[in-house]
Design a protein around this ligand. Structure first.
Ligand code: GLP
Length: 240
């Protein structure tokens, strides 16, 4: 794991975006793993800026997303497909034929087979990642084990509460999701990971401390990845 401490979150996002851009300058049809949540939004903004400036072309990019809520259609503004379309896909001319993202309305087993089939037969060049307050990556919640493949999960109360800020009330937050497993994330050739804000302090302490790789804080598994760069702004890093 490589730790990069930046002056600001904006700088973290710019550096992360530049890593993504570099991958696509070399290989315009590379497969990237993508994340949702507020944290990666400025990274997508910078990627869109670079695409518009003509310094990189994302129109042939292929992507696979970490997760999706079960029960939300892609037309729902809280779905992760909607998020990805409005923050990145539609803005850089990516074709939905090149996008793999769980469909929260399809039979779960069918979706798991579709996504696992794709991931098992394609190499992911880079995975963009952030972390939940309880240390989850994707929607891999604290558990006794690490899962290899895409699977269905029950969301913890902490995650539902934390994500409820984007819904009108906590009752509207789905109780389950489909997520890529830790095995899928770890097989990415490269990982660009960023976090910001005091509410991520507990998770980031666990991720950065020596040893202690535990499924109770799933993000700690990143210590075992051979090419993972973590971007933290000074404001968060100095509390750790
Ligand atoms: C969701 C996503 C995670 C993300 C987390 C943190 O739970 N499944 O992939 O890392 O939110 O989101 P935020 O960046 O908004 O704090």
């Amino acid at each position: 794991m490589k730790l990069v401490i930046t002056h600001s979150y904006e700088e973290s996002a710019a550096l992360c975006a530049e890593i993504m851009n570099e991958v696509f300058r070399k290989k315009p049809d590379a497969l990237m793993g993508l994340a949702t949540g507020s944290t990666p939004v400025p990274v997508y903004e910078k990627m869109v800026e670079a695409h518009r400036a003509g310094t990189v072309d994302y129109s042939k990019a292929r992507s696979i997303n970490l997760d999706e809520y079960i029960g939300l259609a892609g037309s729902d503004p809280n779905s992760y497909l909607y998020f990805m379309r409005t923050n990145l896909f539609d803005r850089v001319g990516m074709s939905l034929h090149n996008v793999w993202i769980p469909d929260g309305m399809k039979p779960v087993e069918e979706e798991l087979a579709r996504l696992n089939g794709y991931l098992d037969s394609h190499e992911m060049e880079i995975q963009l990642l952030s972390v939940g307050t309880n240390g989850h990556i994707g929607f891999n919640e604290p558990d006794d084990v690490f899962y290899d493949k895409y699977h269905a999960v029950d969301l913890t109360e902490e995650t539902r509460r934390s994500n409820s800020r984007l819904f009108s009330s906590i009752e509207e937050v789905p109780r389950a999701a489909i997520t890529m497993g830790i095995g899928g994330i770890m097989r990415a050739k490269q990982i660009a990971f960023l976090a910001t804000g005091g509410e991520k302090l507990r998770a980031m302490k666990a991720v950065l401390e020596k040893g202690n790789v535990t499924p109770k804080v799933q993000g700690t598994v990143l210590k075992l990845h051979r090419d993972c760069t973590i971007f933290l702004d000074r404001a968060l890093a100095q509390q750790i």
